[in-house]
Design a protein around this ligand. Structure first.
Ligand code: 13P
Ligand code: SF4
Length: 356
């Protein structure tokens, strides 16, 4: 389940500040906490006025993550919640494809994203036309798309998946061969876990996608990468292990299979949060967007978190408390999906949601 957060709509700015100070006293400077608490108070008032729910991805920066979301979670958990809410407005503190998924599931609701610059390198790596070409090249092969894609791509696919259920989704198809797009590393990690041999495009041009298919294959991938997770290397891990031999290293499955292989655990953002909660290593290194490490550190005071904080997601970092206040104040930026695309994309998303 995702994490419902303490209801703060009745709290004063002073009470929010005290709450943030308890959690973040050594992570965020006090002067910043006071300013952010005032903004969070405004957001919470507006949330009631607009009859809105705020969904916050695990990557949100610590003051936002700990003050305004009604729920926090990974992509899968937030998709499920977006389908269930009875509020008029969904404010998605995450990136555009996540807000789009909320709109696909709840077309009658107003869906807002606080910044119109919160994209995703994976979602940008493939177009609907690319998928049509893949389907023409491999006719009859079911297409699984990572949820980190835009609605028109989802509309071309058979089923979505997230990092939390990718293996289960592929196995649910019971097919000899699947197309799995667009994250090359996630695909290779899933291929490893499901024992499938994967092929990737050797060349992609506007008119043609080329594969060398002279090997036996059961998975067809794509060359998309997450600009954050592709930066972690085996060398980083060796260096950290040399310095801290007792460290537990957690990797997101958007990291390369080589990095995943030398890590102690790989899983979705929520799976990593739970792993730290439920284990007792003296220290942890989380190979993912750095803000999440700060959120885990705030929650697990007895455990040391090491950070590789040069690596940040420029898209997730677009979302601020101030922009979320303005989103509710000015009802911006509204996310819409053309109905003919939405109904087709919905099938892929709903099919995923039926998988446990
Ligand atoms: P999760 O689905 O694990 O939350 O990941 C989303 C994401 O964008 C990771 O970079
Ligand atoms: Fe996209 Fe990577 Fe940012 Fe996640 S961390 S939103 S996959 S660019």
């Amino acid at each position: 389940m995702s994490n419902p957060i303490l209801n703060r709509t009745n709290m004063s700015a002073e009470e929010i500040y005290e709450d943030l100070k308890t959690k973040l006293y050594d992570i965020v400077p006090d002067v910043e906490l006071r300013i952010k608490a005032e903004v969070a108070h405004e957001v919470n008032q507006l949330k009631v006025e607009r009859n809105a729910v705020i969904l916050g991805h695990n990557y949100m920066e610590p003051t936002l993550y700990n003050s305004i979301p009604d729920f926090v979670g990974d992509s899968l958990q937030l998709s499920r919640l977006a389908a269930q809410t009875n509020k008029d407005v969904i404010v998605f503190c995450g990136v555009e494809f996540m807000a789009e998924t909320a709109k696909i599931l709840s077309p009658e609701k107003t869906v807002l994203i606080p910044s119109d610059k919160a994209g995703c390198s994976l979602a940008a790596s493939i177009t609907a036309e690319d998928v049509r070409q893949l389907k023409a090249r491999f006719p009859g092969v079911p297409v699984v798309t990572y949820v980190n894609t835009y609605a028109d791509v989802k509309a071309e696919c058979d089923i979505c998946c997230t990092s939390g259920n990718a293996v289960a989704v592929v196995e649910s198809l019971d097919a000899d061969t699947v197309i799995f797009i667009p994250d090359e590393y996630l695909a290779r990690n899933v291929a490893q876990e499901t024992g499938k041999h994967i092929i990737l495009p050797t060349a992609v041009s506007q008119s043609k996608i080329e594969f060398s298919t002279d090997v036996d294959y059961q998975m067809v991938g794509w060359n998309g990468r997450c600009e954050v997770h592709e930066q972690f290397t085996v060398r980083d891990i060796e260096n950290v292990r040399a310095q801290f031999p007792d460290v537990a290293i957690l990797a997101h499955p958007e990291c390369s299979p080589e990095v995943v292989a030398v890590s102690d655990f790989a899983g979705s953002t929520s799976a990593m949060i739970n792993y730290v909660r439920e284990t007792d290593a003296p220290r942890y290194l989380i190979l993912t967007e750095c803000a999440m490490g700060e959120n885990i550190a705030a929650e697990n005071r007895d455990k040391e978190m090491l950070g590789l904080c040069s690596v940040r997601c420029p898209h997730m970092n677009q979302i601020t408390l101030e922009d979320t206040r303005d989103a509710l104040k000015f009802m911006q930026y509204e996310v819409n999906v053309p109905e003919h695309i939405r109904v087709r994309a919905l099938k892929s998303v709903e099919r995923m949601l039926t998988i446990g």
